[in-house]
Design a protein around this ligand. Structure first.
Ligand SMILES: [Zn+2]
Length: 553
């Protein structure tokens, strides 16, 4: 049987009375007969007076319990202390000014952290501890704002997450050793990242994706740390490069020679370092490839339509969006890709002026931007350059003496393996391929020497990532740069710029796998809050609640 002291709402409290009233139990208790001065830390038994704190406590047999706690006010007897009187601080029972005992707040926080405001409100009411959802959320947010990392952080993983995909992003930082979220930042920037990292000079390793932004942030904020490029992101970048290469139309002439760049730069056709002939050729082939793929799909749709297939059947068969199908069914020829409505952010609004200036020989994007600004253009330089690109290409082809790319004849069948699938097959090791996939890989290798050599490079790269010998990376980079495959060369150039982090990815065991897991949790929480969550609440629910688990109810 429990004794009276065991039943007390906290250590050293003496119960004076317990009375059953209509709203529940009212328990009167008394705090210990001495207090400790918060200024000089001296114990005092010299009473100045009493006051009563009203606290909500854990329920008894489903009935609410309110605790009337008599707390002493004491005199400080130390003559050197400026404080004359003080009230006893009861950290184990309740926080200053709190309306609930600590064990109730801890329970409330635990439920709010796990379930969110409204569900926690319902649970708490059912448990005999009614509190509004606003109170619950406020208390959780306050807790998260005060929370400080007590243990040193040695290995940290950084990645971004989206508020709205493609529009706004935030940053998440995870302690990879303890498998815990360290912080959630509202934005994705090198400054915010470096500021956070600078607050933790003990960090030894920073694991991150391939975005240069976090690399910059880590270089500024944690120069002492070793950076590790995430292996999954490395392979993902490689896959994307291959997909792009596979989307290109086949070459109809000899590849452009890099030395062509000099006269073209002088003629003002190329005005940026990366407007190299090779890059220009890549863009041309990519655009021609996309157009050819669209034409193939269009022809396939027309064949199906002529065969009397229904709209739904065509959508199923081609995998095209139903809107596209509905539009294409009414057309005889494939339209050009839709251009944007001319707003002041769109250079197309100023087409007449730009065409005149272009004909007069003004081809520098930056100069044209300066001229457009007073005329009301509010878009970016990038947007303007994108608009000028087709003109630049035409001029480039004319000066280089090359024919304009001929439209590829429409094929009657869609390509056997679309680029996205070919890229996925290209990076998959043979052991993981199904029989059907293996046949496709062999077919692709036989059909294209480019695919075969890309697959060779990918498998070697996978081997290097798995092995512990970073020395092999240099030879791989040389081979990739020496290949005549544009996307592989671009990939290798970027890899070389980030060589130290890539080498660390080979030798270190750390990767961003668990960060991706935490991002999944974040997305679940964000969606469960129906888009009403702000960064403060989202952060509060992502951080762990370890202090609560230490407390016994
Ligand atoms: Zn004192």
């Amino acid at each position: 049987m429990k004794t009276k002291s065991d039943w007390a709402p906290g250590p050293e409290l003496r119960i004076l009375a317990a009375e059953r009233q209509s709203a529940g139990w009212v328990v009167t208790a008394e705090a210990p007969g001495s207090g400790c001065c918060p200024t000089c830390d001296r114990q005092s038994r010299c009473r100045h007076g009493w006051y009563v704190r009203h606290l909500q406590d854990l329920p008894v047999q489903g009935a609410a319990v309110s605790l009337n706690l008599k707390v002493g006010r004491w005199r400080c007897r130390d003559p050197r202390c400026h404080r004359r009187t003080f009230t006893a601080c009861l950290p184990l029972i309740a926080e200053p000014f709190a309306r609930r005992t600590r064990r109730v707040s801890d329970l409330a926080r635990l439920l709010t952290h796990a379930a969110g405001g409204r569900p926690a409100e319902r649970l708490m009411t059912r448990l005999g501890l009614p509190q509004s959802d606003d109170t619950l959320l406020r208390s959780l947010k306050r807790y998260a704002a005060r929370r400080q990392e007590e243990a040193p952080v040695r290995v940290v993983g950084i990645d971004d997450w989206s508020w709205r995909k493609g529009t706004t992003y935030g940053t998440i930082l995870v302690d990879l050793e303890r498998r815990e979220v360290l912080d959630v930042l509202a934005d994705r920037s090198a400054d915010a990242t470096s500021q956070w990292l600078a607050g933790h000079p003990e960090i030894e390793i920073v694991s991150r994706d391939r975005a240069g932004l976090y690399a910059d942030g880590a270089r500024q904020g944690a120069p002492q740390a070793r950076q590790v490029a995430d292996r999954f992101h490395l392979l993902e970048n490689l896959r994307k490069s291959i997909e792009q290469q596979m989307s290109r139309a086949p070459r109809q002439h000899e590849p452009f020679v890099a030395s062509d760049g000099e006269p073209l730069l002088a003629a003002g056709v190329l005005n940026r370092r990366y407007d190299q002939p090779e890059v220009m050729e890549h863009r041309l082939l990519l655009a021609a490839g996309r157009r050819a793929a669209d034409q193939g799909r269009f022809a396939h749709l027309k064949t199906l339509q002529a065969g009397g297939a229904s709209r739904a059947a065509i959508v199923r068969e081609t995998g095209l969006n139903w809107r596209t199908v509905a539009k294409w069914i009414r057309l005889d020829t494939l339209p050009e890709r839709r251009t944007m409505v001319a707003k002041t952010t769109t250079p197309d609004r100023f087409r007449v002026y730009l065409a005149r200036r272009w004909a007069e020989g003004s081809t520098m994007g930056r100069d044209l931007l300066a001229e457009l600004r007073p005329r009301g253009y509010t878009g970016s330089l990038t947007n303007l350059q994108r608009f000028l690109n087709p003109w630049r290409r035409a001029q480039f082809l004319a000066i280089a003496g090359l024919p304009a790319p001929r439209p590829t004849a429409p094929r009657n069948e869609p390509p056997a393996v679309p680029p996205i699938a070919a890229a996925a097959l290209c990076i998959k090791p043979r052991g993981q391929l199904t029989e059907e996939q293996a046949t496709k890989v062999d077919m692709l290798k036989a059909a294209s020497a480019e695919f075969a050599s890309m697959r060779g490079l990918v498998m070697r790269f996978r081997g290097i990532l798995k092995g512990a010998n970073p020395g092999k990376l240099d030879r791989w980079l040389d081979d990739a740069l020496g290949s005549r495959i544009h996307c592989m060369r671009q990939f290798a150039i970027k890899l070389r710029q980030d060589a130290a982090a890539v080498r660390n990815a080979i030798t270190e065991i750390w990767s961003n796998g668990q960060v991706e897991g935490q991002i999944n949790r974040l997305k679940t929480l964000k969606r469960a809050m129906y888009g009403r969550a702000g960064i403060v609440l989202l952060r509060a629910r992502m951080l762990s609640l370890k202090q609560v688990s230490e407390h016994t109810v």
